[in-house]
Design a protein around this ligand. Sequence first.
Ligand code: DI6
Ligand code: FE
Length: 397
Amino acid sequence: MLLRNLTAATLSSEGPYGLIDHAAIVIEAGKIAWIGAETDAPHIDGETIDLEGRLVTPALIDCHTHIVYAGNRAREFEMRLEGASYEEIARAGGGIVSTVTATRSASEDDLVADALPRLDAMLSEGVAVVEVKSGYGLSQEAELAMLRVARRLEELRPVRIKTSFLAAHAIPAEYDGQADAYIDEVCVPALRAASAEQLVDAVDGFCEGIAFTPAQIARVFELAKELGLPVKLHAEQLSHLGGTKLAASYGALSADHVEYASEEDARALATAGTVATILPGAFYTLREKQAPPIESFRAHGVPMAIATDSNPGSSPLSSMLLTMNMACTLFRMTPEEALRGATEHAARALGLSDCGTIKKGLRADLAIWDVTHPAELAYRIGFNPLHARIYDGKYAQ
Ligand code: DI6
Ligand code: FE
């Protein structure tokens, strides 16, 4: 298939956005076979499609989500508007733990049905890869169920799902005050079991005052290392506990949130080659004041990904386009950083090297937009200019 009469934001060639005007793309067997100026395009036997000047980018990647869960937390939203903080609600047994109760009592079929509309919202904005975390089960059985549901989503839609094991997300009521016992008796055996069932692509944790200490997370990461699984971490979201440095010391794929990360943390991420995943949806929802140190990340050359953090509590968001806008407006990232964060660097945050830019040999996962310049993607609010999505070399929706 030859796509012609388009502008390509390749993110891989020279100049801003790796832009190629009057471009063409040849797709063969699900891969980019050729990309360049249309005047140089090779002759092909297959179908030719005129894109009438539209913009083509790599398909978007949402590299941090919690879309598998039951119920919602609209009541908690009301409580926060009445003055309660996210942490107070969590300590009073609401928050994550209330979603755990709903998720444990749902069947796997129910969880699939609940997750699909959230996934479909993402796909409708040109997303081709979604990371999905466990973490609302908090028992071996319920964590494995969540991961099985995540895997099933991939069979039901044209999308790639990458799973992260996140049993170290919160302390369930039955282990109240016994975080160490929860790590040893639930997280560790559940990770062994989930890994044996091939349900785990990466291992995650929540390093925070209301969750787990760096020492507790390190025990989970040691097992991940033994099992040969990459790690990532919710770090420095609400306070500075040292999770970012811990993640970097394990060569993590990413450290996520990182609002309270320091200059030294930025240096550690750069040295380790760990991506900083920026999650403006949670910052916005919780009306946080501390913005992540974007300038330090820039100065030290830390690759920045952005993601929705789609979850029922701190980020009931399923729009990568709105996330791109928030990254610019709230954190002063540039529209080019936002687009790279939603593609190139998001791929890296998932350990994927076959997508995220438009380059010969990579997967033909593309988004075709009714815009003329890529900055328009981050600029509009609540408007979806997607014309079509190409997944695995085929038009998909
Ligand atoms: N940080 C988050 O933003 C989500 N999990 C986490 O560790 C919040 C999850 C929730 O509130 O349900
Ligand atoms: Fe999260």
